[in-house]
Write a protein that binds this ligand. Structure first.
Ligand code: ATP
Ligand code: MG
Length: 243
């Protein structure tokens, strides 16, 4: 082992985004280490989706520096390397699970092997022939996730992938994220459930478009003096949780 750390998967410097008439990200700077699961946490409306959209190159009015896997965010060459799971389900409800995946695989010029592998990873092989509309919410979320896994992307940007799932499924998905990172992928996973921070290697905490902390879950607990991550967040934003 060389002991050298790989370069960060993402480097953002003074990232600012204007949406409509308002500035919604105010010059945030951060790095996302490669081969880890980084959580993007913060309350509704703080700018998580906006930051992710900037990363994958679909957000307008972005300024500052944003480098993704060594290239400028949004470069065409990154398309097969970066997978984006938007917050809204982005699958076809009147197609079967397998048809959905074949469709997305064809866009990436991938064959049946990739479809089978993605189904296997989210444990949907047994439901491959079912129409998506007739699946449960959690099963549909996994179809969506499977589409993001196609082709072994190096960076996965997952916007609230566990929302609405039961604790067992959530736990399975977090384990899968850990496995993907163990195999070398970099994951950025958003959530507004502070407790999910526990499952991340590192956490970025956003509040009102500004980054208020970047730390490991243990580090956050240490700095704020509490294991309760909801409480930790409140303490970081200025004692609103104090009696
Ligand atoms: N299309 C848009 N036009 C103008 N403003 C927008 C648009 N989309 C989002 N915003 C605003 O940008 C800010 C950040 O929104 P964003 O969707 O990034 O938040 P979020 O942290 O992902 O929230 P949530 O947890 O609810 O998904 C919010 O104030 C929101 O109202
Ligand atoms: Mg969002």
């Amino acid at each position: 082992m060389s002991g050298l750390r790989p370069p960060p998967a993402v480097e953002a410097e003074d990232l600012t985004v204007v949406r409509g008439a308002a500035e919604v990200l105010h010059g945030v700077s951060f790095q996302i280490p490669a081969g880890q699961v980084t959580g993007l946490l913060g309350p509704s409306g703080c700018g998580k989706t906006t930051l992710m959209r900037a990363l994958v190159g679909v957000q307008r009015n972005v300024s500052g520096t944003l480098r993704v896997l060594g290239s400028e965010a949004g470069r065409a060459g990154l398309r097969s390397e970066v997978a984006y799971l938007p917050q809204a389900l982005s699958i076809y409800s009147d197609l079967t699970v397998r048809e959905n995946l074949r469709y997305f695989a064809s866009i990436l010029c991938l064959g049946e092997e990739a479809v089978l592998e993605a189904l296997r990873r989210v444990r949907l092989t047994g439901l491959a022939g079912r129409i998506v509309r007739e699946l449960s919410g959690g099963e549909q979320a996994r179809v969506s996730l499977a589409s993001a896994l196609l082709g072994d992307p190096r960076l996965l940007v997952l916007d609230e992938p566990t929302v609405g799932l039961d604790p067992v499924l959530r736990s399975q998905l977090w384990r899968l994220f850990g496995e993907l990172a163990g195999a070398g992928a970099t994951l950025l996973v958003s959530s507004h459930v502070m407790d999910e921070a526990r499952r991340c290697d590192e956490v970025l905490l956003l509040r009102d478009g500004s980054l208020i902390a970047r730390d490991t879950p243990a580090g956050l607990a240490r700095t704020t003096g509490t294991e309760d991550l909801d409480e930790a967040f409140l303490r970081l934003i200025g004692g609103e949780g104090s009696p």
